[in-house]
Structures are given as structure tokens and as C-alpha cells.
Design a binder for this molecule. Sequence first.
Ligand code: NDP
Length: 412
Amino acid sequence: KRNVLIIGAGGVAQVVAHKCAQHNDVLGNIHIASRTVEKCQQIVESVREKGSLKTAGELQAHALDALDIAATKALIDNTQSQIVINVGSPFINMSVLEACIQMGAAYLDTAIHEDPEKICETPPWYANYEWKRKQRCADNNITAILGVGFDPGMVNAYAAAAVKEDYFDSVDSIDIIDINAGSHGHYFATNFDPEINFREFTGRVWSWQNREWVKNKMFEVKRTDDLPVVGSQTSYMTGHDEIHSLSRNLDVPNIRFWMGFGEHYINVFTVLNSLGLLSEQPVKTAEGLEVVPLKVVKAILPDPSSLAPNYTGKTCIGDVVKGKKDGQDKEIFIYNISDHEQAYAEVGSQGISYTAGVPPVAAAILIATGEWDVSKMVNVEELSHRPFINLLNDMGMPTRIKDEQGDRPLSF
Ligand code: NDP
């Protein structure tokens, strides 16, 4: 058994807590820490209400500012946690990682580190922060698994499966497609923190093409796919963490990320952005009040966690992989379908949080069982994809594959 400390108390943390509870026979005691302890307590209550704990065990809430490395170390020590699942805001990654290295705890996260001062950094993203700690992790036998949500995360395992299994002789392209075909019923809302969400789209779009970084404008390049369950969907080329690690770790010349947006979302986003309402630069009103436009927009938009109860529809996220097999062109699609209503019924969160929150718990279980306890810092595609995909098939996040033989469940 390995005790787990969950850092953060947002939508993703809620899913992580429920899933850890469902597997506390392997994972042991569960502690949840965030700046606002009330949010952690709400998660604890929700886990108890739904009866998610598989066996009797500790489940406790704590107040923590995770930018305070000494406080984080003390909490890891007091709770005797061997695994830390960091699902707080991406600004805290480096301080949580530092605390883990000093305490000898395994570290997991689901998003790349961000500096609040810098909007939209240029590649190489992981090398800007996380990978600078690779040597220290290796020297201290620390297992650190970066970006183990859905995207990044599951989609990296899908890419590894496509390249390492026997589907292709050579792989030419990996296109990761992320479609949320769900509906929250509001005029406009973001599925997670607007500050983080908009940062993905306000800068340049980077992709890996012909083994080089290519720069585009947001909403400049689009594609339309006929996808399982969600049907015909248009998605737009977007920059994303996993393009960087996949381009380093897999020998594939073209790696791109595509995110689905409806026309309505794009229109509202374009108006907000064109007016300067997504800016993080403070402005002064005529009354002498200093305000940050993005903070105002965040304050008036629906709280992402409030979307969950009425969210309907499904998500479809996966990798379209093209290459050659026996001299012939070949294409496969490895993917997952998740359902917003099902996610809410099971763990009280919407589908986007669900897809991000289940994989890190599977990773924690694989660390506890030893299969992924690699004593170094890795991205998901460097690990064995088989136990991960198999375990997630049994944890409510089944993988499917569509190829010339049809559309069917994938397991190894
Ligand atoms: P939320 O914004 O809902 O929650 C973030 C949490 O982090 C809050 O509870 C917040 O506390 C806490 N936090 C922020 N700063 C600190 C700090 N200094 N110390 C302690 N706690 C802090 O985020 P989500 O749940 O939506 O997402 C969590 C993470 O998952 C993010 O990094 C996000 O980018 C990532 N993600 C990854 C996906 C994937 O598929 N890979 C998909 C979706 C999200 P407080 O409440 O007090 O503000």
C-alpha cells in the first residue's frame, strides 16, 4: 500500500479523490490539500456520501499553499505519503516536484508547469522547467510521471501503442483530436479555469511537421473528421504539451494537436480577445480603479465546477495515426468515449474533469504495484502502455481502436 497526497481541490481533484477511494485497497490512506481547505472538505464529504471508499481507511482534508516547499514537505511527512498527485493549478508544479524530490515521494501531474508572468511559452516546453530536474530525480530515485491526464496522458500512451505495437512498419503522423460534443446549457463557459483555458488559445499555435516546429495562428488550420459516436466534428490546430515530449521520445515526423470548437465558442472568444478582455495586463478605469480584464471575465463566467450537474453528451479524444504496413498506407484511430452524465453520477464531476482525473490514479496504482515505479522522471510514452490501457479499461475509461478490421475494444 502507498499513501496518496492529492494537491488541488478543483474538478480534476474531485475525480482523483473518488478514484483513489475506489482503489484504497492498493493505495492506502488518502489526503487532499489545497489553499482553500473547505473545497477539500467538500470533496471528502462527496467521497463519503457516494460510499466510494473500497475499504476502511483514512481520508482527510488539509490547508496548504503548495508554493511553500517547506509546508508541502511537512505535509508529505505528516501524512506519510509515498505518492503525490498534483492536480492543482499548473503554477505550482515546480515547487511540488521539489518537495517530492526532497522527501523521496513519487510525483504525478497532468499539465506542464506555467509561469504566471509568461503567456504562451515557446517550445521546448518540458525542457523549460520539468526536464531540468531529470538528473536530480534519477540521482534521488524519484519516480516522476509528467502529464498523466488524458491529453497529455492517455493520448501519449495511445501514441506509444501505435508506434511500439505491430500496427505499422513506419509511422508518418500522429494527430491527436480532442472533441467535447457535450453541452452545458450556458451561453458561454469554459470547462476549466478560464485563466488557464484561454492561455492555450491566445498565443501562437505550435506543431511538429517534417521534424520541425511550425508556427500558426489560432483557428488558422482546421480539419473535419467523421468520428465514432460524436459524428462529424471540426477541430482546430492548437499547441499542446504532449507535442513536445512525443516529438522527442518517438521517431515520428508529424505530430499535431487538434481541439474541437463550435462556431459560437469561436465567435465569443474572438470578440473577447479582440476587445482585449482576455488580457492579463491591468487597465485603469476612469474612476482610477485598476482591473485585470481576464480576471473580470473569469469572475463573470460560470464557475467550471458548477457546469457538472447539467452537462449532457459525450467526449471523444484519441490519436489518428498514419503510416505504412507491408508497403501499404494504413490509418488507425485509438480513442476513448466518455459521458458527462455518467461521470457526474459516478463521481460528481463533468466528463472533462473525469477524463483528466482517472489516468493519474491508474498511474499511481501502477507505481504502487511496481510496474511504473521507474525511479526517474518520464513522460507517459516512455512507459509501458499495456498495463496502463488495460487498467483504465477496468476503471471506467475504456480504450477502443478503429482500423481496417473494424471498431472494437482495445486491450493487451
Ligand atoms: P481548478 O482550477 O478547478 O483547481 C485548481 C486547484 O488548485 C484549486 O483547488 C486551487 O486552490 C489549487 N491551487 C492553486 N494554487 C495553489 C497553491 N499555491 N497551493 C495549493 N493549491 C493551489 O483546476 P482543474 O481541477 O480543472 O485542473 C487541475 C489541473 O489539471 C490543472 O493543472 C489543469 O491544467 C489540469 N488538466 C489536465 C487535463 C489533461 O487531460 N491532461 C485536462 C484538464 C485539466 P483554490 O481553490 O484555493 O484556488
